[in-house]
Design a protein around this ligand. Structure first.
Ligand SMILES: [Zn+2]
Length: 280
């Protein structure tokens, strides 16, 4: 029963949870807690999937029989190891590609722009754009257009937004979900999941901007640079602008945070508990 429960849980967390979470748009008002729930659901799904075969052993052989069949135990662990190896290889490939593209981009903006002591690079371009290049030697990239168009408080909001991305390593969070997305079979993938996580990361950085400059200045800054095209992580809101503006106006919702954190704990604790039960 327990291996079946774990398999069911894996499907629920990998396939059902992203579809349910992506539809719960009210969670966007607690982006930090919502991101915790997203991460926990993904992690719990992987844990449940790799636990199915180890949990099946005592059920198939009887608890005493496990010691008599070292070959089967090794095979079961090998199946789990294969799932983990697939994840690691996928992670390595995604990470290498992202880091090399980023290093190229950083070298390019360093040649084209003027960098100050705080890691801010200004590009002489009229389009108002702001974004950041995360990782080692991170940069905040601003165009002359954004410096000319925005008053001080809005510019401070933009910088607070970009620095929040860099400080909290939102790039790693997005990388984590990209890796998970690549490593599940295409039919199980949920394109809405990655889009929702991206939106939540932006909403979280918007919070930092609101704390710095207030909701009005943040919203104005977003509108001013909404046309700019920013790679990866940027203040540029693009198609999510109306949603993010509404979230800035609505403010945080602490009761929803509690629910999201509780779900997060449950998503990770359940597979661990079920595997423990199988071996008790
Ligand atoms: Zn951003």
């Amino acid at each position: 029963m327990l291996p079946l429960a774990l398999a069911g849980l894996a499907v629920a967390l990998v396939w059902v949870a992203p579809r349910v979470l992506a539809r719960r748009t009210s969670l966007r008002r607690s982006p930090r807690a919502a991101l915790a729930a997203w991460q926990a659901a993904s992690l719990g799904g992987v844990l449940a999937a790799v636990s199915v075969t180890p949990a099946a052993l005592p059920a198939v052989l009887g608890r005493e029989g496990v010691a008599d069949h070292p070959g089967l135990v090794a095979l079961a662990l090998l199946v789990s190891a294969a799932v983990i190896a697939r994840l690691l290889v996928s992670g390595h490939l995604v990470g290498t590609r992202i880091r090399s593209a980023r290093a190229e981009h950083r070298a390019l903006v360093d040649v084209l722009g003027a960098r100050d002591d705080h890691g801010v690079v200004v590009l002489e371009h009229p389009t108002p754009t702001a974004y950041c290049i995360p990782g080692r030697g991170s940069r905040v990239v601003l165009t002359r257009g954004v410096l000319d168009a925005l008053p001080d408080d809005q510019l401070a909001a933009v910088l607070a937004h970009e620095r929040a991305h860099l400080r909290a390593r939102h790039d790693l969070l997005l990388e984590f979900f990209t890796v998970l997305d690549r490593s599940v079979p295409p039919m199980l993938r949920s394109p809405a999941a990655l889009a929702e996580v991206r939106l939540l990361v932006e909403a979280l950085a918007d919070r930092a901007a609101v704390r710095r400059s207030g909701a009005v200045a943040t919203a104005r800054a977003m509108v001013a640079i909404a046309e700019g095209r920013a790679p990866e992580l940027g203040m540029s809101a693009g198609t999510s602008a109306p949603v993010r503006l509404r979230l800035i106006a609505a403010g945080p919702h602490s009761a929803l945070s509690v629910v999201a954190y509780a779900l997060a704990v449950l998503a990770v604790a359940t597979p661990v508990g079920l595997l423990g039960l199988a071996w008790l």
